[in-house]
Design a protein. Structure first.
Length: 381
């Protein structure tokens, strides 16, 4: 049984049912029943038109459930108009399904869970494992999300920016359990790029590819973090980098710059450097200027301060940093790094220790603690 085939067909089948008038929750249940039936039947007799087969079976499951409900009379027009079995419609509603799963009434966590379930075709158990929560908790989250979007019609315009942010949230979860969410986010973004001609969709895909290409070098064998400047660039995936750069160049050529394209351009400049000291920090600062203009994000300004510190010297970076709130995540860590580069090792050691206490993850805390310990050991000599 080709699990990837079933997962790739799931959103299209679900979208057909919703477009025909089924509410989202009932349609999703019917599609899951059809997938179970496919797992049972297909190994011995896979149909010529897998999607058409799934649509037919799912629609019949939906109609059977509809007939048994007290609300049958409100839906009898659907029952009386069952389409004849045959090839699936060539209309691709997958894009609208992305919009539905990123509905503004959903919280970000619910939108991510629903996207993984409805568009990604993952099971509730797989999603729960990926987010390290009990399966029952994830089932409740998905059920609430389905109830929220039930009744929402496809005629409503979708917000591409919201869909992209949901996919970016999925990508940043990385890997946990038996589901590689970074790889899953790339797969879904490829699917979205095939359904919509939009430069920011391409920009997000390029950004994901360029970041994912460095994945193997980000941690040491003991699990500790390896900073970008210290990574073994020979372990970077050059084919993925080449693809990401190509996707980005095509998007930038359309002259409709967005924040994901700007982020991808920064990632491409890092990927282009054969060694850390060859990084074109001046260009990176210029791209951060573009990104600040697009987002005016304090986090972007924080990252820009690091880039300025590399391009114009650590004191220039510290001057940029002084204009930002020290309550920003990673502000103290950035200050520690810039003070270290400026030669003020006592201040850097103290700030690394402070940053370690505020670190959001164990790996980051351990990395900052080791930095502080290394500097303190040198100061005692």
């Amino acid at each position: 049984m080709n699990e990837l085939l079933l997962r790739s067909l799931t959103p299209g089948v679900l979208a057909v049912l919703v477009r025909r008038g089924a509410d989202f929750a009932a349609a999703e249940d019917a599609v899951q029943d059809a997938l179970v039936e496919a797992v049972r039947v297909w190994p011995g007799d896979q149909p010529r038109d897998p999607k058409g087969w799934l649509v037919t079976v799912a629609w019949r499951r939906f109609l059977d459930a509809t007939r048994s409900e007290a609300a049958r009379r409100r839906r009898e027009d659907l029952v009386d108009e069952e389409p004849a079995p045959g090839p699936a419609s060539s209309v691709d509603d997958t894009l609208q399904l992305y919009f539905l799963c990123a509905h503004p009434k959903l919280t970000p966590s619910s939108a991510v869970a629903l996207t993984l379930r409805a568009v990604g075709g993952l099971t509730t158990r797989q999603i729960a494992q990926a987010y390290l929560v009990p399966e029952a908790t994830m089932a409740q989250r998905i059920s609430r999300a389905k109830r929220t979007v039930s009744g929402v019609r496809f005629e409503q315009p979708g917000d591409v920016a919201t869909v992209l942010r949901v996919l970016y949230l999925v990508f940043n979860e990385g890997y946990s359990g038996d589901v590689d969410l970074a790889a899953e986010a790339i797969r879904l973004t490829r699917q979205l790029a095939a359904a919509i001609d939009h430069p920011e969709v391409a920009g997000l895909l390029a950004l994901m590819l360029l970041h994912h290409a460095r994945r193997a070098s980000r941690t040491a064998p003991d699990g500790s973090l390896v900073p970008l400047a210290e990574q073994d660039r020979g372990r970077w995936d050059t084919a993925m980098i080449s693809e990401g750069v190509g996707v980005l160049q095509a998007a930038l050529a359309r002259d409709r710059l967005g924040e994901f394209q700007a982020q991808a351009a920064i990632a491409a400049l890092h990927a282009d450097a054969r060694a850390a000291e060859e990084t074109d920090w001046v260009q990176i600062v210029e791209w951060y200027d573009e990104l600040v203009g697009l987002t005016d994000s304090p986090v972007v300004r924080l990252n820009r301060a690091v880039a300025v510190g590399e391009a114009d010297g650590p004191r220039a970076g510290l001057a940029e940093l002084s204009a930002l709130s020290d309550a920003l995540p990673r502000h103290t860590a950035v200050a520690a790094y810039l003070h270290e580069r400026d030669g003020d090792l006592p201040t850097a050691a103290r700030l690394y220790a402070e940053a370690a206490h505020r670190a959001p993850t164990l790996a980051e805390r351990d990395h900052l603690t080791r930095r502080a310990a290394r500097l303190n050991a040198g100061l005692r000599r």
